[in-house]
Design a protein around this ligand. Sequence first.
Ligand code: COA
Length: 398
Amino acid sequence: MSILGITNDKMTGKKVAIIGVGLTKFGELWEKSYRDLITEAGVKAISDAGIDGIDVQELFVGSMSPGLFAAQEHIGALVADYAGLTGIPATRVEAACASGGLALRQAYTSIMAGRNDIVVAGGVEKMTDVPTGLAMTALMGAGDEEWEAFNGATFPALYALMARRHMMEYGTTIEQISMVSVKNHANAKHNEYAQFQFEVSLEDVLNSAKVAEPLRLLHCSPITDGAAAVILASEKKAKEICDNPVWITASAMATDTLALSDRKSLTQTNSAILAAKDAYKQAGVGAKDIDFAEVHDCFAIAELLAIEALGFCKIGAGGKYTEDGHTKIGGEHPVNTSGGLKGKGHPVGTTGIAQAIEATLQLRGTAGKRQVKDANIGLTHNVGGSGATAVVHIYRRD
Ligand code: COA
């Protein structure tokens, strides 16, 4: 057992692979419904894996708030139905914006437990059919209703507090925070699935509309529709049917207080620090071995907190590390090659699966213009709320 009680592949001798991926375009997709989105992603993933629907034994779907965003609940059965998989166990998983990462972890665990050989992990959210105010109310369900939402706090406001505190404690500048957005938009330009396939300059970010001081529009992830799915297989099945499996070598999760005000520090995401520590232990690697990472940049400041929690740089040094170019493609630790939540978009329950897809494309060597050279080990970091949940996965090519 690992420090957090998670059985890892070294202990069980079992391995789990990603053998197929499917993603929809991200954005404001008027012409597609909630069920259209997840069905499209699932069908693409099954076809990419070269399997038949009939081979799928179980599915897990991450979806944060379909009741409020799309007036639809009972998601497990809905997805099984529309994917033509009626009959198999199908479960909706919810951990706010980390719902996708947790669905991946449940699917991984189902194979590690020896219960199944082929399992689907999906994520879906249809957020743009409601006005921004209602979307904000749905999103704040991930915070503490009594201490935060009821008193008017929103996620932009909570992350603005973290940004202010980081600036005060470590001398981080708003320019350094803004460089996260510039980099992620530059990466999103090369991602055909991204909501924002265009670059922004530092001036554009610094002069964009104020949202919650010091955060501006171009420091925020957008409200997004989109779905993603991956097919996981046991080692035996993966070797039988797949030429280019991507192995999941660690799956870790940790939690923290729901309300930001209950934390000892506003500038350290303890859940991510714990999950990363456990993931590195499971995979038998350290931060220095990670060739690229997809991290949860729901606001630009969150990427600095993420790279610090993952140990890419010291706590407090994220601004300087970003300014020095270490998180760009070609840098020491390329971060958010997909465009991240900022550029690619953030359909909340989908994000964790979309991150796993970028990791798979990078490790297959098929990420096109955003390909990281010699990518061998990748990491994904998916966060719920202001950090009450963190899910970290590590992947390798062979
Ligand atoms: N980045 C870049 N552009 C954005 C954007 C973003 N985050 N959000 C909206 N836009 C653009 C739109 O594309 C639109 O452009 P257009 O006029 O050229 O069509 C314009 O800004 C206005 O869009 P609109 O939908 O009216 O914006 P809004 O004011 O309703 O919403 C935010 C803006 C920042 C409030 C909203 O994106 C938001 O709440 N983001 C955070 C989501 C969140 O909290 N997620 C969970 C994280 S834990």
